[in-house]
Write a protein that binds this ligand. Sequence first.
Ligand code: 3H9
Length: 686
Amino acid sequence: MTVTIARENAIAVVTVDNPPVNALSQALRQALVEAVAELDADAAVKAVVLICAGRTFIAGADVNEFGKPPQPPLLPDVVATIEGAKKPWVAAIHGSALGGGLEVALGCAYRVAVASASLGLPEVKLGIIPGAGGTVRLLRLIGSAAAVDLVTSGSPVGATKAEGLGLIDAIVDGDLRAGAIGFANGIAEKSLPQPISSRAVPAVEPGFWENAEKAVAAKAKREVAPLRALASVRKASETDFSDAMAFERETFLALRGSEQAAALRHVFFAERAAPRPPELAGITPRDIRSAAVVGGGTMGAGIAAALRDAGLPVVLIERDATAVERGLANIRAIYDGSVKRGRLTQEAADQRMAGVTGGDNYGLLADTDLVIEAVFEDLAVKRAVFEKLSSVCRPDAVLATNTSYLDPNAISEGVSHPERFLGLHFFSPAHVMKLLEIVLTEATSPEVLATGFALARQLGKIPVRAGICDGFIGNRILKVTRAQAERLLLSGATPSAIDAAMRAFGLPMGPFEAQDLGGLDIAAFQRKAARERGEIPFAPVAERLCALGRFGQKTGGGWYDYQPGDRAPKPSETVATVIAEEATGRPQHAWDEASIADAIILPMVNEATRILEERVALRSADIDLVKIHGYGFPRWRGGPMHYAEARGLAEVVAVLDRLAAEGLADPPCEGLRQAAQGDSFAAIAG
Ligand code: 3H9
């Protein structure tokens, strides 16, 4: 970390260089305080520019320091010192001014930024609130409504919007340093502006806070930080500066040590580690500049859109002209939807479509860098596709299957240069869902695996490496979720009680509502395939519902009944009768929300531990990312593995032992018992 001071005539330029993101470590905080003292004492200096080296302005407090007691100088004091400087400080922002970084900028007399910069207070995304005056100063600068928006959503705003809000004073065209020095020269002779801390609090309309509370509570659900952030902004509007600062700091410190903050920090670091697995360090991926998708159904169209969104030209291959037209229409429907929702301009949508070439001739793929197969889940069909690809594609083209349930080793039999083959398992809708399971076969080369990870970065996805087993990581755990849900049904819980318990746990939907939405036929098809492989899947009630033609919302009934045109699930007498028949002779239990959640989540953890033991996943944090980004597991719980560790693995083992004794779950696997001894999955994986 270095903080250097250069002089440009009467302007001092303080440059912070603390890679990678200029986070506010103790050393940086100390250096900033010293810089204020030095420049205050220098009569030749009329104004100060605060600028950062590297990719960004100060991106916030150093999250690595959050587990430790705060070391002086504390950030609120640093910001107060800058605000109290005798010379006007001008924050010169590029990249992101986030969290503590924006708080430092709010301590400055002025803020200027390049047009590409963004500014925000993302603390709620880490389960905390701003802790250095963000909630207290912001409303004095930009008004209560805009402050509430920024603080409770955690979403940053771009420089243009920031200028409109009054958050920055000017946008600098061209070189930031030169522009900021020019700006500083312009204000150097003026008297210092009133510090934000002593500006008046803007008035709000009656009912403003109550309405904001309702809106934030509805969105945050069980996440604690957004409402606490709102309370802090409200306090700032109702009391004096120093009381409001004390309230903010107290809330910040209390939340910093909370379970939700620990979980969200875990996810923050897991997401940043995911694209760069240590085992691929130093391996150069192949260049991907063009891509193709074989199969234009829902999945193929979504994958094509994801590739186009990343700027790659895409060829869509289907078996005949009619299917090509249908596939292109599926992609167009995705972009039409984005235009309708205001996410894309018509012009941008047209430009994305213009980059898709459809055809039924595999010869179009002769010079394509990457081909992703997304055809029907049938081994023979998929093999036939790869046979053709093997003969037309360049020998170094990467070939990928998007299979969910088939064995990629079997699919790749006969592929020429099998080291270039891998699984790229997208989640539906593929242009939206962040998760990408990257599945390696026995032959996949490290270079091709690295290409999968590089592609994920290009597409803005969260990549997780998965070994081969039925369902890979995510769907293998999903199978356990569903089997447990049925076990619960047979032992006295109703579908609506189970769904409600899982929503209360934090999932967006319970397992039965989710199946009704997606269709029960998909799982039925997979169970049929499993039976053909000699397995005995456990889904006695689902099997009977499928036999009755109850496939979910699309057939007017599944686990629930639906009225035409109404997606609200209604408890079904038919289903209750089937459950009662299947449950005959089985012991019945009284279930509450917590015990339902335990009987579903903890067996998932048990299965996930087996997945680690088998090295299908390499790290427990990877499993957390799979469940969060592919299946809606609540982020603030940190994923199932973090949840289990936070709860205590010894307790997890004890609950599973109890459930197993009653025939309600498998007993804990050896790996889980072993992990429980060290209370960490680190004992069996990273
Ligand atoms: C806060 O400020 C609280 C205050 O209100 C109160 C204090 C009293 N700390 O994302 P990237 C690392 S809360 C430590 O891949 P990009 C990251 O782990 C904080 N490390 O880069 C990674 O490490 P590695 C509020 C951090 O260019 C490397 O930097 N601020 C921090 O795609 C590169 O990260 C935030 O929440 C940090 N704060 O995106 C900002 N941030 O290379 C969070 C990053 O070893 N950060 N690292 O894997 C971001 O949103 C992005 O990093 C950013 C750059 C947009 C800045």
